[in-house]
Ligand binder design. Structure first.
Ligand code: ZN
Length: 388
């Protein structure tokens, strides 16, 4: 019989592949495929036709019928560039009750537990199927999951309840904000800065759009939150610019300025209204710069859009997770996940995974050993439940 690795051994393997979103995840996918195959589990890939160096992988164990529980994770991690790490980020290092490594928390720890559970389910007498779904490009806007979900539904019997294992300290998270973002490209007109009034400085034209976000945040923060928004932290819609580049020299009006404008919208507010409000500002700014030079313009393209996870009433995934964890409190988060995308595709979805989101994306990212163990216990109980 093939060797059955422990969750920790599986996590160590997964973390050894530096699957930063921009880079290939195929060596990791190959390893998962071979490992599952060694236990008699056939898996399926969805290779991204536009990015041949990336693929999603999914698998089904148990009776070939609908109604599986789906364990969903992403294989990609955020970069370590410029972060001061005390250990090798791609080697799991145990220290002071913590496992350090890029992705231990977000979310190869869960991926490892899910792979472990799938193999356990393969050897147990499960009466209900279990599925594994590992995506890519989650960290760059959750763009990998929707085509994977479509592919899964063509190849596998449809699952019914999805557990998305983003770090939630093993609490059942039943709602999150929707998120969407735009690449905004201000195209200016270059002249010597001494005669800047005859040119268009793309950086300075971008500044009011970014300050518009500051003003909206201040307004939203000052306003009384709605009942549905009040459970979120923060309880308002946020507008954020996390990247900007532009200009070539201090004495040239910048020809280009690109920035990313992201929104995280509380349930109860319409994403479309925020989009329209922003695009209205962009059009006004464009009119102003075109009055100076007709070639100046502002291009806006979608960067990402992640649907909100809307709390379900009597949702199957939530009920299952609550019965396995004993957690009956209400939790929502402000970050987007693939849970909203599964929900949109007709699954009941909940977020529940080990680790604390506060440790995600950080230098010296870690997961508490106790959290990883709690995830292990959760998976043991889940497989037992599937046998009933
Ligand atoms: Zn994540």
């Amino acid at each position: 019989m093939a060797e059955r690795l422990t969750p920790l051994e599986i996590m160590a393997r997964l973390i050894s592949f530096p699957t930063v979103s921009r880079d290939t995840n195929l060596p990791l996918v190959d390893w998962v495929e071979r490992y599952l195959q060694s236990h008699g589990i056939d898996s399926h890939r969805w290779p991204d036709p536009d990015q041949p160096h990336k693929a999603a992988i999914f698998a089904h164990v148990g009776p070939w019928e609908e109604g599986a529980i789906v364990l969903s994770g992403h294989t990609d991690v955020v970069p370590v560039d410029g972060q001061p790490w005390d250990t090798d980020p791609f080697v799991v290092t145990e220290k002071d009750g913590k496992y350090y490594g890029r992705g231990t928390c977000d979310m190869k720890g869960f991926d490892a537990l899910a792979i472990w559970a799938l193999v356990e389910a393969q050897y147990a007498d499960v009466k209900r199927p279990l599925q594994l779904a590992l995506s890519f490009d989650e960290e760059v806007g959750c763009t990998g999951a929707p085509p994977m979900i479509q592919a899964m539904q063509k190849v596998l019997p449809k699952g019914s309840a999805v557990i998305v294992g983003e770090p939630s300290t093993m609490q059942a998270v039943t709602g999150h904000k929707g998120g969407f973002g735009y690449d905004t490209h201000v195209v200016g007109f270059e002249v010597h800065s001494s005669i800047m009034h005859t040119g268009v400085n793309a950086i300075m034209a971008a500044a009011p759009l970014i300050d518009w976000a500051n003003q909206r945040n201040a307004e939203n923060m000052a306003a009384e939150p709605s009942d549905i928004a009040a459970v979120f932290d923060p309880p308002w819609t946020t507008c954020h610019v996390g990247m900007i580049e532009g200009g070539t020299a201090h004495n040239i009006t910048a020809k280009d300025c690109r920035f990313m404008m992201d929104f995280r919208v509380v349930p109860g507010e319409q994403a479309a209204q925020w989009r329209d409000a922003y695009l209205d500002q962009v059009r006004q700014a464009e009119v102003q710069i075109q009055a100076v030079h007709p070639e100046a313009r502002i291009d806006v393209s979608d960067h990402f859009a992640v649907p909100a996870l809307v709390p379900e009433t009597e949702g199957e995934a939530e009920i299952l997770v609550r019965s396995l964890t004993g957690d009956n409190a209400t939790h929502v988060v402000s970050y987007g996940t693939e849970a909203g995308q599964f929900q949109e595709a007709g699954y009941s979805a909940v977020i529940c995974g080990p680790g604390d989101i506060a440790q995600a994306h950080q230098p010296n990212e870690f997961i508490e050993v106790s959290q990883f163990d709690a995830g292990h216990k959760f998976m043991e109980r889940l497989v037992q439940r599937l046998c009933k």
